[in-house]
Each structure stands twice: as C-alpha cells, then as structure tokens.
Design a protein around this ligand. Structure first.
Ligand code: ADP
Ligand code: MG
Length: 728
C-alpha cells in the first residue's frame, strides 16, 4: 500500500469512535421528543386551535389566520423550550433532496430591542428565494415566484436548533415544483376512489389511507478513504476500481454480525430517529460487503416519505460522527450488489381493514381480490410510467444487473393467489352460490380461506405481493419515494374509479352487486394477465417473454421518461386533478436535464482522474521497467537479456497500449460532449449522453481497472475496492 494511502487508512483507523452520549432511557420514553405531535399540540395550543388543527389534519378542513397565529405561537413556545432559535420551511424540490432556509424567531420590538416571534402568516406560507431550484421552465414561462405552503398533515419537528415545518413547494400560478404537492393530491384521489369501492362491502368506511413501509439500503465507507476518492466524493460512486478478489461470493456478509464500529453508528442513528418520531425497527447487514439496511414500521404514505427524507439526512450527519460516509447511490461499486429502497405499499381503512390482506369470510376475500385485481390492472396499464417513476441515471446501474429486476415491470402473486385468480377467470357465475341470510353472505366455493402468511416470496419481482401488501422493489436507494408513490396511488385511484363505473352500470342494469363485481373482476383478470409473472425475473427468457406480452421493455432512461408524456399518463393525472400536461412537461425537462448533468459530471471526473492520476501513475511505473530492460542488456548477452526481459517488455507494452487508448477515448469523449452540449432539446441531449457518453465511461474504466492490476501497489494512489469495502 502506498504511503499516502496507508496514512489515510491509519487516520481513519485511529480516529476514536465518536463518544456519543447514548440515551439510556427506553425508546418509548423519548420517542417523538422533537416532534410537535398531538400530545404537544394539546399542551401548547388553546383548545379551539387544537380542535381545528386536528380537524384540519384528519379531514383537510382549511385553517383561518387567527388559528394559524395560535398554532404558530404554540409551536414557537414548544420549540424554544427545546432550545430552537430558528425555523424553516422544509420542502422537497425536484433535486431528490430536501431544502431549507433558516430564519431566526426574532423581530424588532419597536423599542430598539428584539422579541421572539413567529406568526401564523410565516407558518402558513413563505416565498423562498428559490430561483435556483429546478422548475423545467415553469417559473420562467409564468414570470412566477415559488411559494412554500404548510402541510399540517406532517408534524413539525426540531433538528438541531431549527424548527422544521414540512411544506409543499408551488409556483405563483399553482403548478407543483416539488414531489410533495402531487403526492398529497394522489393520496386524496386514492382515498376517494377506494372509499367508494369499499362501500360495496363496508358502508361505514370514511377514509382509506395509503401506507408506505420503506426499506433503505446503503453502504458505509471509511471517511478517510472516501476523502481520497474524488469519484466517490463528486459522483457518489466509484467510476473505476477493479473487483476485490473477495467480495460477496461467500455470502458471508448478509445478515452476518454487524461490525462494532457500524453498530455504534446504527445505535446512534436509531436513537436520533426515534427522537424525531421515525419508528425504526429493523437493521441488518446486506448482501454486499459494507452494505446495510434499515427499515421502520410502515406509516401513512406522506409521513413515511417525509421520514425517509429525514432519515437520509440524519444518516449523512450521524455517519460522519463515526468516521464514516454513507453512500446512498444505487451502485457505488461495480461487481457487488447495488442499493435499492423497497417500497412496501398497501391501502387500509379508518375502520382498521387492510385492503390487501385476505380475510376469513368469503365477502372479505372478495373485497381482497377486488383490490388486488384493481392494483394489478393499474400496474398493467401504467407499467411504463411506473418504470419511469423509478428511473434515473443512478438507478439505471442497478436494474437488470442480476441483483435487481430488469427494466420491466411485472407483478408476482405467489402460488395461492395465482390459483384463486385462475379459478375465478375460468369459471362462470353459476359456479358461485349466493346464500342470502340477513343481507348477503357470499359463499364462493372457489375462494378458499386465505391465510396472511402463506404467500411465497420471489426476490426477482419488481412488484411482488407479500401477504398483506405489495412491495415495489425497483425504487432507487437515493430516490425520493414520492416519485414512485404518487404514480402508484394515482394509477390505482384511476383504476378504482373505472372499476366502480363498470360495476355501477351493471347494478343499474339490474345485476346483484356481488355478481356485478365478480363479472368485472373476471374480465379484468383476463385483461391484465400480461403483468402477472411469478417466474425468475432475472432470466433472459423473461426479457423475451415480456416483449411478447407487450410490456414496456425500454432500457434507455431518457426514453423511459417519455412515458410521463404518454396520452394515457396525461389523461390519468389531469382527470384526477393531480398534474397538468404543462407540469408534466416541465418536470420531464428537469428529469432529462438532471440525467445529462449526472453523466456529464461523471465524464468530467473520469476524464480528470484518467489524465492526472492514472496515466501519470502508470507511466511512472513504466519508466523503471524500461530502465530495467536496458540494464539487463548491459548485464547479459543480447539473447539472454531479451528472454529475461520478456515479462517486463510485455507490461511496458501493455501500459503503453492502455494509456494510449485511455487518452484517445478521453479526448473523444470531450469532443462528443462538446457536440452534445450544443443540442438545444433536453430530451435529445440526454439521449446522446445515454447513447454515446455512457458507453465511453465503461470503455475507459475497463482499461483503468486492468492497469490497477499491473501497476505497483506502492504508487497507486487511489484506495482499492479491497480497502474500501471491508470495514475494520
Ligand atoms: P423484508 O422481509 O421485505 O426485508 P422488512 O421487515 O425489512 O421486510 O420490511 C418490511 C416493511 O414493510 C416494514 O417497513 C413494514 O412495516 C412494512 N409493512 C408491513 N406491512 C405493511 C403493510 N400492510 N403496508 C405497508 N407496509 C407494510
Ligand atoms: Mg422487503
């Protein structure tokens, strides 16, 4: 190992594990300490304000300014008691992170001094100077400013010395400039549509919640080593690096004992998360070395998503205290598994029914099958869009890389549910006996009693049914879950509405309700059959089969984004009032631009490293070899000398060939970028970056990785995979 690298490892090694004062109380005693939850609302708000705020949270009733003032005042009092001096509107611009701008709780008191103040006006709405956030042209077109507006359905919380108020981010003319606004609208749409369908079975249902339980995968690397890998630092992934001789082939990391240093990090992270009301539950080693996972208990989708964004920023902070850097990139290391974010999703009623869970009675099972089939049909109809919702320059490395499903959306149901659907599809209504005794008791011979836990698992499916929920596994580890969740909830809402219209038409024509439902389900099962696939999603045959079935098989990310502008997509979002065509177009501009920029940065970093690290180092190693060959000639007769130098000659030539290739490719890549950068259309530009630049990155890397194997380890300055990937 080179001296430089050794020093870095040493520093990191010697850095004492942060001496964190770990809480000794039980989590239940301090859970939510830093959250303005109902308990604190009750304590800090006047009775009327409390009642109206709770009503607003539960039923979406608007709050007037007087109440907002009372809420702001109560929040400020509580926050100041907890040591907060500032507040911020906390929002999710289209950058995949969160944004905040802090203001102190101070105002002039009119007598030359200061008082602490926070008004309802400031709580409800702000106008951040947000001209630098991506907006896809919306804010230019409309000459409009951006506003953040309070989302009372997600509670305010304190981070450090700042009271954070979850907000949506919209333009002056009302277009969404973030993920939260359309997510909230999609949740409302699915609520309405699902309540209506529930009423066929349970008239007392008033509200349907969409639930999300995310599982977050991540890598940890030593901070010292991270600091001397410019590629990790600037792009979040290694753009070069030969596979370590040992990586994950022994499968000894998965669920293995968690390294002590990592455990300390996890403990502190959990405690910080619990204080912020994030119900973390699970932690374990993942498949790749240095890869881990955490997961909370599922929550209402909007809150769960805020919590995911919050945990990502907490992970970044806490990891540094422990001498680590957390990598949320989908593919930080070639040759070992990448990271995803499984989104466990379901719908549930205010009466406590999980709509994706089988029940004990035939009616309950009919309700269950109704919802499952509607979800399948929604996923079928919008499979290309769902893929677009999880696609990004970074997630593209993971999908289809034999560790995650291919870039094709299909759904796994397991043997039992598959059988039920098959039976339903192949029988006609006479097979079902309706035994009416006090209302309706549906005795459907073909629907057996289903048990929650009897579903099998299939890790290769991007959208798998698992007992009481679907698990959308294609979401990227760095993504904002809202992108995928708003598409899924919207698609399901649209489908449930269509389903209800069909069933109602049959009822109006004199059909019995359950018979009508069965008829529509039977038709739907047939129509969306193509989406159902229980086989091996990693196999080559599946790719062929999926093409035959007409599922979207596009693999180029810029082209995948086109699905956002398909007629069926625009129709869906517009009819549900979630997004307009204009918003969709603007957001796609942002997507294409972000894609291009990410690849552009990678290309620049790789070009730099190739020219000022790799070629100089390889050449430096080449020189003593050449020297050696000459000296051999002085020492030995010509024949013998050339025989003895044959290995060195080979290496000299190999280095020359590879460094020449690298230099030529880097030049070619720079030229290709120059041409691409002139392309005006963001879409076309992204396509060129995908088609031309991405393959060049791979070609250059290939030769760099080969050089890493021959060049003297003493002078190779970049930490290698074997150093990066095994935490000591
Ligand atoms: P896995 O076996 O897939 O690794 P985990 O236990 O790591 O499962 O995570 C499963 C996640 O699914 C958790 O967040 C859990 O709370 C969530 N979950 C469980 N039931 C539901 C449900 N009905 N709807 C949404 N999420 C759920
Ligand atoms: Mg899972």
């Amino acid at each position: 190992m080179s001296k430089l690298r050794f020093r870095v490892v040493e520093t990191a090694f010697k850095k004492k594990i942060a001496e964190v004062a770990l809480a000794t109380e039980r989590p239940s005693e301090y859970f939510g300490t830093y959250v303005f939850n109902r308990e604190k609302m009750f304590k800090y708000l006047p009775e009327k304000a409390y009642e109206q705020l709770v009503n607003s949270i539960d039923n979406g009733t608007p709050l007037n300014h007087e109440i907002a003032d009372a809420v702001a005042n109560g929040m400020r009092k509580w926050a100041m008691e907890k040591g907060a001096t500032h507040y911020t509107h906390w929002f999710h611009p289209l950058t995949e992170g969160t944004a905040e701008k802090h203001d102190a709780f101070v105002e002039h008191d009119g007598k030359g001094g200061m008082i602490e103040k926070f008004s309802g006006k400031l709580l409800i709405q702000q106008e951040p100077d947000a001209s630098s956030f991506p907006n896809g042209g919306i804010r230019n077109t409309f000459e409009a400013r951006g506003y953040t507006a309070w989302d009372p359905s997600s509670p305010a919380f304190i981070e450090g010395d700042t009271l954070c108020i979850p907000t949506i981010f919209i333009s002056y003319t009302g277009e969404s400039l973030d993920y939260k606004a359309p997510l909230l609208k999609s949740l409302e749409a699915v609520n309405k549509a699902a309540v209506d369908v529930c009423h066929y079975f349970n008239p007392e249902v008033k509200k349907v919640y969409s639930y999300l339980g995310w599982e977050q995968e991540y890598f940890l690397v030593d901070e010292g080593l991270y600091a001397v890998r410019p590629d990790l630092l600037l792009t979040g992934r290694t753009l070069m690096g030969h596979e370590s001789s040992k990586n994950q082939q022994l499968e000894d990391h998965y669920f293995g004992a968690i390294p002590t240093r990592v455990m300390e990090f996890m403990k502190e992270l959990e405690q910080e998360a619990w204080k912020l009301g994030i119900p973390l539950k699970t932690r374990h080693n993942e498949v790749a070395p240095n890869q881990f996972e955490l997961a909370p208990i599922f929550e209402e989708c909007n809150l769960a998503n805020d919590h995911n964004l919050l945990i990502m920023s907490l992970m970044r902070k806490v990891s540094r205290k422990h001498g680590f850097r957390v990598l949320l990139h989908e593919k930080p290391f070639k040759g070992v598994n990448g990271s995803g974010k499984h989104n466990n999703w379901s719908l549930g009623t205010d009466t406590g029914i999980l709509l994706m869970a089988p029940g004990k009675t035939p009616e309950n099972n009919l309700r269950f099958i109704t919802f499952v089939v509607n979800v399948l049909k929604a996923v079928y109809k919008h499979n290309a869009l769902l893929k677009a919702s999880i696609s990004s320059a970074t997630n593209a490395h993971r999908l289809g890389a034999n560790e995650a499903p291919p870039a094709i959306i299909s759904s796994f149901l397991g043997a039992q549910i598959s059988k039920v659907l098959e039976n339903l599809e192949n029988s006609d209504s006479e097979d079902f006996k309706l035994a009416g005794k006090q209302g309706l008791k549906l005795d459907i011979a073909r629907i057996p009693e289903l048990l929650i836990d009897n579903t099998d698992r299939n890790r290769t499916s991007p959208f798998a049914f698992i007992g009481n929920r679907f698990e959308f596994r294609a979401v990227g580890s760095s993504a904002n879950c809202a992108a995928a969740m708003l598409v899924l909830n919207s698609a399901v809402a649209e489908q449930l509405k269509a389903f209800k219209a069909e069933v109602d038409a049959k009822i109006a024509a004199g059909k019995d309700t359950f018979a009508a439902i069965l008829e529509v389900i039977r038709k739907d099962i047939k129509e969306c059959k193509a989406i159902h696939f229980d086989g091996n999603g990693y196999s080559e045959e599946w790719k062929e089969e999926a093409k035959r079935r007409g599922l979207d098989c596009e693999t180029s990310v810029p082209l995948i984004f086109d699905a956002y502008l398909k007629e069926s997509t625009v129709k869906m979002f517009e009819s549900l009032g979630i997004m307009s065509k204009k918003e969709l177009e603007a957001r796609n501009e942002v997507k294409w631009e972000t894609y291009t920029k990410k690849i552009q940065i990678e290309a620049r970093v790789l070009g730099d490293l190739a020219m000022n690290h790799i070629i100089p180092i390889a050449t430096k190693y080449q020189s003593p070899l050449i020297d050696n060959v000459y000296k051999m000639k002085e020492l030995f007769p010509a024949d013998k000398a050339s025989q003895l130098s044959s290995r060195n000659l080979e290496i000299i030539e190999d280095i020359a060939n590879r460094t020449n290739f690298i230099k030529e490719k880097v030049d070619e890549m720079i030229e290709a970028r120059k041409v691409a950068n002139k392309i005006e259309s963001e879409r076309e530009k992204a396509i060129v970056y995908h088609d031309q630049i991405v393959p060049m990155l791979e070609e250059i890397r290939y030769h760099i990785d080969k050089l890493e194997l021959v060049v003297d380890d003493q002078i190779w300055t970049l930490p290698k995979y074997r150093e990066l990937l095994f935490i000591r």
